[in-house]
Design a protein around this ligand. Structure first.
Ligand SMILES: Cc1cc2nc3c(=O)[nH]c(=O)nc-3n(C[C@H](O)[C@H](O)[C@H](O)COP(=O)(O)OP(=O)(O)OC[C@H]3O[C@@H](n4cnc5c(N)ncnc54)[C@H](O)[C@@H]3O)c2cc1C
Length: 443
């Protein structure tokens, strides 16, 4: 199969990129599961935006502080300055965010933010954003979405990408040849026993990057979410109790039901404090009390959390819930420039898979949907320039038309279970390697 642009992943990053590409290009989006099984659908709290010009310095500082000042300042600046444009796009697709009585946007706050600057839709903001982008993408006749289609590898020669090897819904293994390939494969939570991520997000893009010598960055920077609902059943995906619950007033309590920490600390510091308390108390969780939030507000703002807790046997309007830290977000990833271009020609990476340094060592809450969208659009714009050049070269009968996929031995991909295991080990080894080297440098 041949396509102009191959996007691997149908989360908010991949879908929004498709919206920003020209309608005369054939775009193919593939996704490992059904189109709604992406972490973008799970995002609860909201999406940061620059509320007004006066908030710029504080938004910038909060992002840098959460990232331990290891952030790429240009990326942070781009993200903040582009936020209103992205918000306008989302509103134009029909995304609905909570509003005040006068019709203006209502903003909420989460840990690490010194002001309210997060737009939200109940506690299912990611679903509201992504389903509206998807709805628009589905109207485009130049975009096809292939579900249950897994990228097994990329095809490269001389540091240039020519597309991917995929396992199709019928289990056949074929190639998709593309002028440009985009890795939008999300995070790595599926590699961990306890994670808030979908289990099928196993860092596949990272594995192929390692295999093809594509540059990585900060892959040892992995965020743990401080508060997920504790479950004794190990096979459960950890259910997140959003930061904005604490932003709206929920308390964290030790085994004696005493508060032990400032609940609005940045995630890494709060996680450390919770773990310390669990060790001190000899418990596998701490308690979270949502009752300080007025009941009406609790039910209206967090219906999804209230409902899920009820299903798990807890009435949050009457009792505390047990919470524990779990793997949540991947700050590092495939190294990209400010246009989301990787170190390999014709290959871009966007969303959680990519690392443009915006989050530094630790992500500020609700910056990731925004970052994914801002840098997906930038990749699309950058690619347009490139494709325009390519077409010129093509017309000139010089090179691009002769993009031929080298003979690929598809037999090597037949044992997918073995391949998955190899990829998983590869990624975990590289993470460990980065960690070890950083520790050596720090010593
Ligand atoms: C529970 C939870 C709550 C969150 N809350 C917030 C929040 O309030 N605010 C915020 O800003 N961020 C939040 N986040 C983070 C945010 O949701 C993600 O960082 C963001 O949605 C990532 O988008 P993405 O498009 O990069 O990846 P995803 O949305 O995860 O999409 C990845 C896609 O890649 C596909 N894929 C993966 N591997 C392959 C392969 N080999 N072949 C084909 N397809 C593949 C998947 O099937 C999927 O379609 C939350 C995350 C979680 C898990």
């Amino acid at each position: 199969m041949k396509t102009d642009i191959l996007i691997i992943g149908s989360g908010c990053a991949g879908l929004y990129m498709a919206m920003n590409l020209p309608r005369d290009k054939k775009i193919t989006i593939i996704t490992k599961k059904d189109v709604e099984s992406s972490d973008s659908y799970l995002a609860q709290g909201g999406m940061c935006v620059l509320k007004n010009a006066a908030d710029y310095d504080s938004f910038f500082e909060d992002t840098m502080k959460a990232g331990h000042y290891e952030n790429d300042k240009t990326s942070v600046d781009i993200m903040i300055r582009s936020s209103r444009e992205v918000l306008e796009d989302l509103l134009s697709y029909g995304a609905d965010f909570h509003r005040n009585e006068d019709g203006s946007l209502d903003y909420t706050r989460e840990g690490g933010h010194s002001d309210k600057r997060i737009v939200y839709h109940k506690d299912i903001t990611g679903k509201e954003i992504t389903r509206n982008i998807l709805k628009e993408v589905q109207k485009l006749s130049n975009v096809q979405i292939l579900e249950y289609t897994t990228m097994l590898d990329i095809i490269s020669k001389d540091n240039k990408c020519y597309g991917a090897v995929v396992k199709n819904a019928d289990d056949s293994i074929t190639t998709i040849q593309a002028q440009v390939t985009v890795l939008a494969c999300g995070g790595i939570g599926g590699l961990y026993r306890h994670s808030t991520n979908f289990r099928h997000l196993t860092g596949d893009a990272l594995a192929v990057a390692i295999k093809h010598n594509v540059k990585l960055k900060d892959v040892d920077y992995i965020q743990i979410h401080p508060t997920t609902l504790y479950s004794e059943r190990e096979e459960d995906r950890s259910f997140l109790i959003s930061e904005s619950v604490r932003g709206e007033g929920a308390h964290l309590l030790d085994k004696n039901m005493n508060r032990f920490v400032n609940e609005l600390l940045p995630r890494d510091l709060l996680t450390a404090a919770i773990r310390e308390q669990m060790e001190k108390d000899g418990t596998e969780f701490v308690w979270e009390d949502l009752r300080p939030i007025p009941k009406d507000e609790l039910l209206a703002h967090f219906p999804n959390i209230v409902e899920h807790c009820k299903e798990m046997g807890y009435d949050v309007t009457k009792e505390c819930i047990p919470v524990v830290p779990a793997q949540h977000y991947f700050m590092g990833g495939i190294d990209v420039n400010h246009q989301s271009k990787t170190s390999m020609d014709n290959l871009y990476a966007i969303g959680e898979t990519a690392c443009n340094g915006v989050h530094g060592k630790n992500r500020l809450a609700s910056n990731s949907l925004l970052e994914s969208l801002v840098f997906a659009k930038r990749a699309a714009v950058d690619m347009l320039k490139w494709i325009a050049d390519a077409r010129y070269i093509d017309n000139d009968k010089k090179s691009i038309a002769s993009l031929t996929v080298e003979e690929v031995d598809l037999n090597q991909y037949k044992d997918t279970a073995k391949l998955e295991k190899e990829y998983k080990d590869m990624v975990l080894d590289v993470i460990e390697d980065f960690r070890r080297k950083r520790t050596e440098m720090d010593v």
